[in-house]
Design a protein. Structure first.
Lengths: 311, 319
């Protein structure tokens, strides 16, 4: 808790019913330090209104913005073994997992969903940095495999939002094995000729970048996202020199040919719609108010053909 | 002989035996034979004791032993007609990765591996076995060539990991590793791999994603080095013993987890004391793995790899 929320809170609280009030009314921008009011921040998709810093977005927030009317159906992710190595550092791994599940309300560090984006049927997967740093372990691997299998079954593109500090060390070699496992998932999409679009968000580092997050047909990053295999501190220790400003940030990677685009979160959805429709050979999306759908969205999803041309 | 820290008591005994024999040589009247022999026996027993119960951290040290046979040694002894190929056709030739066509039991194959170097100069030249993006891209090129000309691929893995350098990041080492792993999964020829020393993280995955993976008894394969893990999870790099224990990175644990398909035994004292037996043993394992895959066509080889990796994680270790 910081001084401003302590100080301001009692006054603001009186304006709302207690129930509606999130625990932190104010968020301090980690980049510029500006205190941002939660509604203003939410309306701006968690982008700082003062410096444009793109803060983390939970998978549910991400999907609420991505899918038409915020409506999506979760794709089930097979539950992995809970603690295959009986890992214990200063804490037991199951305790760390339970704490993360409690604080995020999610089962694991990735959420998979299907739905429509400007009436374009898609499957999407989003990594949750709030869940143990988004780390890639067996659950994330299972989620990506499930997402790819679902996309192939429905003949839809897969859009994946990455955010992770790296591999889940508490799963040892089994976390490392998610690199080939998720690469198999990417291969399934390639073979089915379905678009696989990766959106790299801040931060995406370690083994995640050396597998599924770098194998997209289209690679987009959010502005200023840190994207790297070896982190800047490790490199500075190795080469014993200070790294240049902006090193390993999205714009730097774009300059070095590692990305197709760096896109502001506010333009991201439109761009994803345009890209998927171009790759799928669909007409441009209707802009502005959409005409009402012929049938309720959920029925539309269920009636998608399991095979045949992507539509 | 370079003694490891936990081999110090052994060094003492072997040193004493050596001293005694030197004395015997300078003074013919003195018979040191029986005493020296007793010391030899003591040393042998101690060596057996030490190697019978190596801890995971001690195994890491054995896996990194400077005298351990390296990729180059295996290629020289197990392959004929080795024709090294260089370069990624894009930026440079990475000396941390060696590879080329060769004959294995007369049959043409492609062999690729990490080479750490054996003395100061060669270690620097080889960047201690830490590949840069060019190394993975060279490997991709070689695997592609093997795929087109139907040569089985043999990879020898021995790397601390990818190189944490500025240029390596700038030139996209994450993409290079990802593409190398992807290439491993998509070639239509047999791909067999042996971890001969260190299987360090993504740098190892890029070569070890194989139909069959064998590990030498004292080799390791891990998501992170014990030192790195200790400094992150224990906030203390000196806790590497605990981290090595927790990570379950030994060949034996990986066999149980289904990551490694077989463990190649090392004689008492480790590969660095027994090059002459360990190198042929690795050759036998390679031959056996290739025989197992001999009947499979392209599609079967690819789906064999996919099934293998999709299934990993379905069994854990006993508590
Ligand atoms: Zn800001």
């Amino acid at each position: 808790m910081n001084w401003i929320s302590n100080y301001v809170r009692p006054k603001i609280n009186s304006l709302f019913s207690r129930r509606e009030v999130p625990e932190n009314l104010w968020t301090k921008c980690p980049e510029c330090g500006t205190m941002l009011f939660h509604r203003e921040l939410k309306d701006n998709l968690n982008v700082c209104t003062s410096c444009d810093h793109h803060m983390a977005l939970s998978p549910r927030e991400r999907f609420a913005d991505l899918f038409d009317g915020g409506i999506f159906t979760e794709v089930a992710v097979p539950e992995p073994l809970a603690d295959p190595l009986h890992f214990r550092d200063q804490k037991r791994y199951p305790d760390r997992l339970k704490a993360a599940q409690k604080s995020t309300g999610e089962y694991g560090a990735m959420l998979v969903a299907e739905g429509e984006m400007a009436r374009t049927p898609i499957v999407a997967a989003a990594q949750d940095f709030a869940f143990m740093g988004g780390s890639m372990g067996m659950f994330v691997g299972n989620a990506i495999v499930a997402a790819a299998e679902r996309a192939v079954a429905l003949r839809r593109p897969l859009i994946l939002f990455s955010a992770a500090g790296g591999a889940r060390m508490q799963e040892g070699i089994l976390s490392l094995m998610q690199m080939p496992r998720t690469t198999v998932a990417v291969e399934m999409l390639r073979e089915a000729r379905l678009p696989y679009i990766v959106v790299l968000t801040h931060p995406t580092t370690g083994g995640v970048t050396a597998s599924y997050a770098m194998l997209g047909d289209i690679q987009i990053a959010e502005p200023n996202a840190l994207i790297c295999f070896a982190g800047p501190r490790v490199i500075e220790q190795t080469i014993r020199e200070k790294l240049p400003e902006g090193f390993q940030r999205a714009e730097y990677l774009l300059d070095h040919g590692m990305l197709d685009r760096v896109t502001h979160r506010k333009q991201l959805r439109d761009e994803l719609i345009a890209i998927t429709r171009l790759l799928l050979g669909l007409p441009p999306a209707v802009k502005g108010e959409l005409p009402p759908p012929d049938q309720p969205i959920l029925t539309a999803i269920q009636s998608q053909p399991a095979a045949g041309p992507a539509q | 002989m370079n003694y490891l820290e936990f081999e110090k008591p052994l060094a003492e005994i072997e040193g004493k035996a050596e001293e005694l024999r030197a004395m015997g040589r300078s003074n013919e009247a003195m018979d040191v034979g029986p005493e020296a022999l007793a010391l030899d026996r003591k040393a042998a027993t101690l060596l057996t004791d030490i190697y019978a119960k190596l801890t995971p951290w001690q195994k890491c040290q054995v896996a990194r032993h400077p005298d351990r046979p390296h990729c180059k040694d295996y290629i020289e002894q197990l392959f004929t007609d080795y024709t090294p190929l260089a370069g990624d056709r894009n930026f440079a030739d990475d000396h941390a990765v060696m590879g080329g066509m060769a004959r294995f039991h007369d049959r043409p194959v492609m062999v690729i591996g990490h080479e750490k170097g054996h003395d100061t100069n060669s270690r620097i030249e080889r960047n201690f076995g830490m590949a840069r993006p060019e190394g993975y891209r060279k490997a991709i090129r070689l695997m592609d060539l093997a795929d087109r000309f139907n040569l089985p691929v043999v990879t020898l893995v021995d790397t601390p990991g990818a190189f944490p350098g500025k240029g390596a990041e700038e030139r996209g080492q994450s993409e290079a590793i990802a593409r190398s792993t992807q290439k491993c999964l998509t070639i239509g020829v047999p791909l067999v791999s042996v971890i001969i020393g260190e299987g360090g993280s993504g740098g190892a995955v890029a070569f070890a994603t194989a139909n069959r993976l064998a590990m030498l008894e004292h080799s390791i394969y891990s998501v992170i080095s014990p030192e790195g893990c200790a400094s992150i999870l224990w906030k203390d790099a000196e806790k590497m013993r605990e981290a090595a224990e927790a990570l379950r990175l030994t060949a034996q644990d990986l066999r149980e987890l289904g990551v490694a398909d077989q463990v190649i035994a090392e004689p008492v004292g480790g590969a660095h004391r027994h090059r002459d037996t360990v190198i042929p043993a690795v050759g036998e394992a390679i031959a056996q793995m290739l025989v197992e895959l001999a009947g499979l066509d392209r599609a079967a080889l690819i789906s064999d790899r996919r099934r293998k990796y999709l299934a990993i994680g379905s069994k854990g270790l006993a508590a």
